[in-house]
Design a protein around this ligand. Structure first.
Ligand SMILES: [Cu+2]
Length: 156
């Protein structure tokens, strides 16, 4: 038998390499996920963004564990490349959810406006959005903004 060593497997299409970027470099995302004037802070945010700049399609769970229940997006803070398609996938947990990028209802500078529509409870719902210009997308779940169900994506 030959042992195959997958040493130093970084980058490439594996995706979840665990690379993180400091939230200090993305103040709009950092502020949105920590502020408590509009809704609550996202307790799944650890001050870093997941670096997913090497993927064409990024999946984000809607209704993942956090914020006192299944009231979180996973990952909630992420960096992607321009042109990435983000797919939000409902887990079926935590009741009704949606994805709302509504700068007028939020704090900070969001360059994107989009909506998945009315909140739904489903394990098969999916909402896709292609992020085709550099900037910041801040979003939240309407029913759970008050407990911190928020997300932020830096597009670069
Ligand atoms: Cu929700």
């Amino acid at each position: 038998m030959t042992a195959v060593w997958l040493a130093g497997c970084t980058g490439g299409d594996g995706g979840d390499g665990g690379e993180r970027r400091s939230g200090a470099d993305y103040p709009a995302v950092d502020e949105w996920l920590t502020e408590t004037e509009i809704g609550d802070a996202d307790d799944t945010y650890d001050g870093t963004l997941v670096d997913e700049r090497d993927v064409d399609t990024l999946d984000i769970a809607v209704g993942s564990s956090g914020n006192g229940g299944n009231f979180a997006y996973d990952p909630s803070a992420v960096v992607v490349s321009t042109g990435t398609t983000v797919r939000w996938n409902w887990t079926g947990e935590g009741g009704l959810h949606n994805v709302e990028a509504e700068p007028e209802e939020q704090l900070g500078e969001s360059d994107y406006t989009f909506s998945s529509g009315e909140p739904v409870e489903s394990s098969s719902e999916q909402f896709s959005q292609t992020l085709d210009s550099a900037g910041i997308a801040l979003y939240h779940c309407e029913p759970h903004l008050s407990v911190g169900m928020k997300g932020g994506i830096a597009v670069e």
